[in-house]
Design a protein around this ligand. Structure first.
Ligand SMILES: C[S@@+](CC[C@H](N)C(=O)[O-])C[C@H]1O[C@@H](n2cnc3c(N)ncnc32)[C@H](O)[C@@H]1O
Length: 278
């Protein structure tokens, strides 16, 4: 039995940490952090491939996105010169990614070769620790890839002091991988992320298309606020957050595999959406 099968169904309000889903997410993902990569390894590898296959679709002026710098199979090329310049901080061009609800950092890992800095934020301090361990193990410096513990979606806390410094604003791209269905208020999340983009910056969301509910016994049930999203819903979220310019959504070829408590496999369709801050 997995450690988090003993999920307690408490409903106390956590004032100041956001509404109901946040405390469940915090507890659930703290327990899942250590096994997240192993459990979802294959799916995460597919997601990385699919994100990299859509660099043009996402539409950011990436570093290293010219064809000369391509292995031919679409895989990452972080050539030595660019790498050296990045760590010296002497690469003139900067492309900064905010990876929100970053988890262990799959979106950052997908986009790191095409950016100069990845900044992760997550509600779970254990996820943040896993993200930072992976970044260090890859030989990346904190100025290249680092995550922080926090929540930008607390209604009564629009400007958390911990995220007030310039390092946390003016991003070229803000991305959320499989996080939106956990948020109490996805529209608020999109607005808070849009505020941290520069004009012309891109909000990228990867999440599930509409699906059936998990049965109530699944330990993740209380962490989920939305059973997927329709294209119309996502488009409205982008438009209302001021990032609806050139909005586009595509379904990925990869599906997300989840195993139910009874061992049954569930497959979820995944979309990728993008829109520009006008
Ligand atoms: C399914 S995981 C996805 C992680 C990673 N982005 C990925 O694609 O593998 C969802 C993540 O969202 C985080 N999370 C949930 N609610 C959050 C919130 N309000 N603010 C920040 N992170 C949140 C959880 O802690 C968890 O790490």
């Amino acid at each position: 039995m997995s450690a988090y099968a003993h999920h307690h169904h408490h409903h106390h309000g956590h004032k100041g940490t956001g509404a109901s889903a946040s405390s469940h997410n915090h507890e659930y993902f703290n327990k899942l952090a250590a096994e997240y990569d192993e459990r979802h390894g294959k799916t995460l590898d597919r997601l990385i491939e699919e994100i990299r296959a859509r660099l043009d679709f996402i539409g950011v002026a990436w570093v290293d996105d010219d064809d000369d710098n391509n292995n031919g199979d679409g895989s990452a090329v972080d050539d030595a010169t660019t790498r050296a310049k990045k760590s010296e901080g002497t690469l003139e061009k900067t492309v900064r990614l905010l990876d929100y609800a970053c988890g262990t950092g799959v979106v950052s890992r997908a986009l790191a070769p095409y950016t100069t800095q990845c900044v992760g934020i997550d509600l779970s301090e254990n996820m943040v620790a896993a993200y930072n361990t992976r970044a260090e193990n890859q030989g990346l410096t904190p100025s290249e890839m680092h995550a922080y513990h926090g929540n930008l979606c607390v209604p009564e806390d629009p400007n958390p002091p911990a995220f007030a410094s310039p390092e946390f604003t003016n991003f070229d791209v803000a991305a959320v991988g499989l996080g939106f269905h956990h948020f109490d208020d996805p529209a608020l999340a999109a607005r808070r992320l849009a505020e941290r983009l520069k004009t012309g910056g891109v909000l990228m969301i990867l999440d599930f298309l509409p699906h059936e509910k998990l049965d109530a016994s699944h330990p993740a049930t209380q962490t989920i606020t939305h059973h997927g999203f329709t294209e119309e819903h996502i488009r409205r979220i982008y438009e209302e957050a001021g990032v609806g310019k050139d909005f586009a959504l595509q379904e990925l070829a990869a599906v997300f595999h989840l195993s139910k408590e009874n061992g049954e496999e569930v497959k979820r369709k995944i979309f990728i959406a993008r829109g520009t801050k006008a």
